[in-house]
Design a protein around this ligand. Structure first.
Ligand code: GLA
Length: 356
């Protein structure tokens, strides 16, 4: 493996990391002003930076073993990984018009599986922005870094994403659940339950269409808000939901997922605080059903993992992240863990099963 020095022939001056996340419950609720409950994973992306003296930005990705040089921030035509770096630079300089354009060497290393719904892209943006923050001494709060990282997705990449991934990646702590009110951005860090394990299983389903499918769901939910005459679906409790107001069957299903999901997140938070973990597991299953049937964001392979996980001894399981493939997350009591893992290994390669 090549080091920063091997690539750029100089030492780096700042280094920062940002972690991936697993969402325990609360899918597509963030951009509708609702609640989410993710937790930080051990997987992380690390960025090393130094000044570049050749009037170029030089970015190297260890994962792709590829170096890309540029002098402006124009988005590449083929959606390359480097767009997230260009976008972070673009947003950072846009916020800091007083900072003269300074060319940089940037080295990316990462342990995060890419395109699996555990927010590899947000971790990349947060890590780059944290490094720029250190390099230029801009003294941004972690929350502000999360807001800037969201701008990269929205204004540069063109995905109408919410704020969950960036907030938890920037502020979260490993082994703590991160309860976030996505409207006020108030959050609480809650201990994960003792004697229980959360496990990821990789469906290995490619999420190629995820950006277009994600934006389609986003637009459907905005339509639902119009039908219901509300700014945010997140403000509607299941008991106040007047289903007759939505004339379009598809939009109705999408809205029903979000409105019931928000209620589940609030309930799930209560269960985790009261250490009623079995009830938490039950909500994970309900969440998956709603995500699969009403939101139609699951796949057959993913539904099968969820089913097998539950029959192998999990207390609950669901698809995590933006949808259409990627990882599932299962909740297992420590006493059942060995049996669960042995059973799941019959169907899935051990290298696709990770403990959170
Ligand atoms: C992606 C987005 C998040 C969120 C999830 C779905 O990860 O980046 O903002 O909307 O999908 O819950």
């Amino acid at each position: 493996m090549k080091s920063f020095k091997d690539i750029f022939n100089t030492d780096f001056s700042v280094v920062n990391s940002a972690h991936a996340r697993v969402n325990l419950i609360g899918e597509h609720t963030d951009y509708t002003g609702g609640y989410v409950l993710p937790s930080l994973l051990n997987f992380k992306t690390t960025i090393q930076i130094s000044k570049n003296e050749n009037k170029k930005y030089q970015v190297y990705s260890e994962h792709f073993n590829e170096q890309i040089n540029f002098t402006d921030f124009i988005k590449s035509k083929n959606n390359k990984w480097v767009d997230y770096v260009k976008g972070s630079l673009f947003v950072f300089y846009d916020e800091n018009k007083n900072i003269p354009n300074t060319h940089l060497n940037i080295y990316i290393s990462s342990t995060i599986p890419i395109g699996r719904g555990i927010s590899s892209s947000s971790a990349l943006c947060v890590a780059v922005l944290k490094s720029l923050n250190s390099f230029f001494n801009t003294e941004y709060t972690e929350k502000h870094i999360a807001i800037l990282a969201q701008k990269v997705e929205r204004n540069y990449i063109g995905v109408s994403g919410g704020i969950m991934d960036q907030m938890v990646s920037s502020i979260g702590i490993h082994r703590k659940a991160f309860f976030l009110d996505c409207l006020s951005l108030k959050f609480e860090l809650i201990d994960l339950p003792d004697n229980w394990v959360f496990c990821l299983v990789d469906s290995a389903v490619q999420r190629n269409l995820r950006d277009s499918a994600y934006n389609e769901r986003y637009n459907q939910l905005k339509k639902a808000e119009e039908y219901l005459g509300t700014e945010y679906l997140g403000s509607i409790k299941p008991g106040q939901f007047d289903q007759n107001k939505i004339k379009d069957e598809l939009i109705l299903k999408r809205a029903r997922h979000v409105i019931t999901e928000n209620a589940r997140v609030l309930e799930a938070k209560g269960y985790i605080l009261n250490k009623d973990i079995k009830s938490f597991g039950k909500l994970m299953n309900e969440s998956h059903q709603s995500y699969s049937k009403d939101f139609e964001a699951s796949t057959e392979d993913v539904d099968l993992i969820v089913e097998r996980s539950n029959t192998s001894g999990a207390e609950g399981a669901r698809l995590t992240g933006g949808g259409f493939g990627g990882f599932t997350v299962s909740l297992i009591h420590k006493n059942n863990y060995y049996e669960w893992k042995t059973n799941m290994s019959k169907y899935y390669d051990n290298k696709n099963i990770f403990e959170v």
